[in-house]
Design a protein around this ligand. Structure first.
Ligand code: RI2
Length: 316
């Protein structure tokens, strides 16, 4: 269980971060854990795998990519430990490969909506959003990017590092400069932690105010989201839990204040009517079609979504 705890620590401390990356890290950790488990009894094996899954699930409560990845990896039915292991290894490898391919494909599809000379605003550090920007630039379109700092974890600094590598002209702004920058923006492109059944977006804190500004300025707002970022649980009416992180991330040394409370929600909710398009690996969709992605692409049955709504995780 040591490797699982190690991966869990990296995910909760955000050493490994980004909804896609954490999903792939969890899939790889479960695969490696299964390979190392030496047990004869299938029931004991299942119980250990469930325990490992629950540890990983508890790390970042908002990102549905994590629970979707874990459910895909642990989709097996066998009373034979070796057969179960083989299924887990193959499921995990397939998930990781598909996830990487999805990011590439999103880049190809989404970049078609970017025109030569466009200025793109992006928030936080999303591999899916950056894939779109990179593909647009590589296809010869002269583009400029405005990147937000993304307080309190400064993921914008990761983004500008990557844009620097790509050779793309970039401006870094503080999060609160978004409205004054918006008049120069042609398209906002952001990633996703969760897309709900009604097409709303849960993404890095600050995304909702960017969407509001874009809406008011009549600027397009595109979301880059692999299909495993869509939440089956929301079909059953469940609300997305917003992760509240350690206040120290916002105000180091907070304990010296007696009357000050710091809130540190990691994500916010952007209503679907502020989103023009969601770019997935199976094509661009209006947010209103999110329900169909959950039903048809993720292939979740209603009873499965219902059981995922219960407090504890369980595999097939
Ligand atoms: P990709 C990140 O969350 C950001 O909110 C980003 O928009 C989202 O994951 C998707 O990232 P965090 O881990 O999967 O920084 O597109 O809290 O890389």
């Amino acid at each position: 269980m040591e490797q699982i705890l190690e991966t869990a620590k990296k995910i909760s401390s955000m050493e490994v971060r980004g909804a896609g990356r954490i999903a792939r890290a969890a899939a790889a950790a479960l695969r490696d854990f299964a390979i190392c488990l030496h047990m004869q009894d299938a029931g004991d094996f299942d119980a250990e795998m469930r325990k490992a899954a629950n540890i990983l699930l508890a790390t970042r409560p908002t990102a549905v990519s994590l629970s979707n990845a874990i459910r895909m990896v642990l989709r097996y039915r066998s009373n034979d430990v070796e057969e179960a292991k083989a299924a887990i290894v193959s499921n995990a490898n397939r998930f990781i490969q598909n996830s990487e391919m999805a990011v590439e494909r999103i880049g190809e599809i989404g970049s078609r909506r970017i025109r030569n000379g466009d200025t793109i605003l992006t928030h936080c550090n999303s591999m899916a959003a950056l894939s779109i920007i990179e593909k647009a630039s590589k296809s010869g379109k002269g583009i400029k990017v405005i990147a937000t700092e993304s307080r309190p974890r400064w993921q914008g600094r990761l983004t500008i590092g990557m844009l620097e590598e790509m050779g793309i002209e970039t401006e870094l702004i503080v999060d609160s400069a978004v409205r004054s920058a918006m008049n120069d923006v042609d398209l906002v492109v952001v990633g996703a932690d969760v897309i709900t059944a009604n097409g709303s977006l849960v993404n890095k804190i600050g995304t909702a105010q960017i969407a509001l500004c874009a809406h008011e300025a009549r600027t397009g707002f595109m979301v880059a989201a692999e299909t495993y970022k869509f939440s089956p649980k929301t079909i059953m009416g469940e609300l997305v839990q917003i992760e509240e992180r350690n206040p120290e991330e916002v105000l180091p040394g907070i304990s010296k204040y007696k009357h000050i409370r710091v809130r540190n929600p990691a994500f916010d909710v952007t209503p679907h009517n502020y989103i023009d398009i969601i770019c997935t690996e199976v094509g661009t969709i209006p947010p209103e079609m999110s329900y169909l992605i959950i039903k048809e692409k993720l292939g979740w049955e209603m009873d499965e979504a219902a059981s995922a709504s219960s407090a504890s995780y369980s595999h097939d």
